[in-house]
Design a protein around this ligand. Structure first.
Ligand code: DX5
Ligand code: ZN
Length: 215
């Protein structure tokens, strides 16, 4: 497994965002994870395109954008223009997921599909070969700082088996409640990329915390 870390800026200090962007730039983190919430698909509103553009200006690592919005296909080009390198859309929000993935690729980005905790991994059987990444939610999306759902390990193992069976190149990313309490077991189950927000930015030394999450 790859053992990558994508800090979620949802837990950053929005008064002094450049400080937290610099922390990620000089850490061992691999990507920036940006959580876009619309107050419809999830019961919370976060930030939108102008913030993604601002982060892109200072970020020295790729932007992994997690859309928690209805009708994500409407905003593919807008997020590409704002600087997204990888665009994650929710399975539950995408009526025509195959077409949406094609459009993400045609726009020049990597494509990820995100599964809520109740969505069976097997639903990806006929699309896994075209995915660059699958994001397994280990909490119900909408808020940072929630408790990790233990069934996630089993879901990561199921997804790893599906990826191998179909000879897919997709990376497995896990998001929600990730800390050093579960990181080693997640990599062992087959995860490649761990998203972490509050555990990193609420720690005394985020650079060190990021490197501990990669062990
Ligand atoms: C939740 C978001 C997560 C969130 C993770 O809906 O998708 O990316 O920022 O935050 P923590 O690590 O605090 O659970
Ligand atoms: Zn996220």
């Amino acid at each position: 497994m790859k053992k990558m870390v994508a800090p979620s800026l949802l837990a950053a200090d929005f008064y002094n965002l450049s400080k937290d962007i610099d922390i990620v730039n000089r850490s061992e983190a691999d990507w920036f994870h940006l959580d876009i919430m619309d107050g419809v698909f999830v019961p919370n509103i976060s930030f939108g395109i102008p913030v993604v553009e601002a982060v892109k200006k200072h970020a020295k690592k790729p932007l992994d954008v997690h859309l928690m919005i209805v009708q994500p296909e409407k905003y593919i080009k807008a997020f590409r223009d704002a600087g997204a390198d990888l665009l994650n859309v929710h399975y539950e929000a995408s009526t025509h997921l195959h077409r949406t993935v094609q459009e993400i690729h045609n726009s020049g980005m990597k494509a990820g599909v995100t599964l809520n905790p109740h969505t069976p991994v097997s639903h990806l059987e006929d699309i896994i070969e075209m995915m660059d990444l699958v994001l397994i939610m280990s909490v119900n999306p909408g808020f940072g700082g929630q408790k990790f759902i233990e069934n996630t390990y089993h879901r990561v193992e199921q997804l790893r088996n599906l990826i191998e069976k179909k000879n897919s190149q997709a990376l497995i990313e896990v998001d929600g409640g990730v800390s050093t309490d579960n990181s080693a077991q997640l990599y062992k189950a087959g995860a490649d990329v761990l998203v972490s927000g509050s555990f990193i930015f609420n720690s005394g030394d985020p650079v060190k915390t990021i490197s501990e999450l990669k062990k």
